[in-house]
Design a protein. Sequence first.
Length: 219
Amino acid sequence: MTCFRTSGALVLAACLFVTKVSTESVITCEDNNSVLRMSCDSGVISLRTALYGREDAQICSVGRPPQQLANTNCAQQDTVNILRKNCEGKRWCELNPASVRVSDPCPGTYKYLEANYTCFPALHVVLCEHSMTRLYCDVGQVIMVYGAYYGRRDHTTCSDRRPKPQLENVECSNPVSKVEESCKGKNQCLIHASNTVFGDPCVGTFKYLEVAYACQYPV
Ligand SMILES: *[C@@H]1O[C@H](CO)[C@@H](O)[C@H](O)[C@H]1NC(C)=O
Ligand SMILES: *[C@@H]1O[C@H](CO)[C@@H](O)[C@H](O)[C@H]1NC(C)=O
């Protein structure tokens, strides 16, 4: 059973809540301006399945000639893992279908991007560059990391008293493995949002670290 860390008596309620997770489904048609948006009011994104291609003749069919819709057996391999790499463990995530495309799985067919995800009740921590924090679980529990990203993807997070040029680049969200390496399976760990630890994915930008984690009893 997976639980998220809360104080004292709330832990049990949090564990029971896990069984009520429902799946959200979002679709966007391939277009230069289209965006697939996933978001969670509480918890973090956990990808279940994804499709880049076409498996349905009706979806994204308006105004399209029949020959672009006829092939309904078209799916790019491994699309779910591409989405995971970019979105797993985030509170919200936006992607253009073109950024998911590795190669064209069916030239001539009009494609779409579909994602099914759940909102997993993990804790979500944002740590501004140069700051440190300790992730910790209750006695007997250990940390599971669901996602960690270092960079910047909006203008407002960690923006207080920072000069504008340091906030402009919002295309800098970099999945990092170091958090999982140093925290997974431990009762607590110290993390430092710093270029020294993660490298500098966007020089001149003031960055932050996003981490989604949960506490669970070791299996
Ligand atoms: C999308 O962008 C590509 C490359 O920039 C261009 O060739 C294509 O015509 C655009 N498609 C639409 C629907 O605007
Ligand atoms: C997403 O879920 C819906 C509803 O269960 C299903 O019809 C669809 O095929 C799923 N999509 C993918 C890409 O698995």
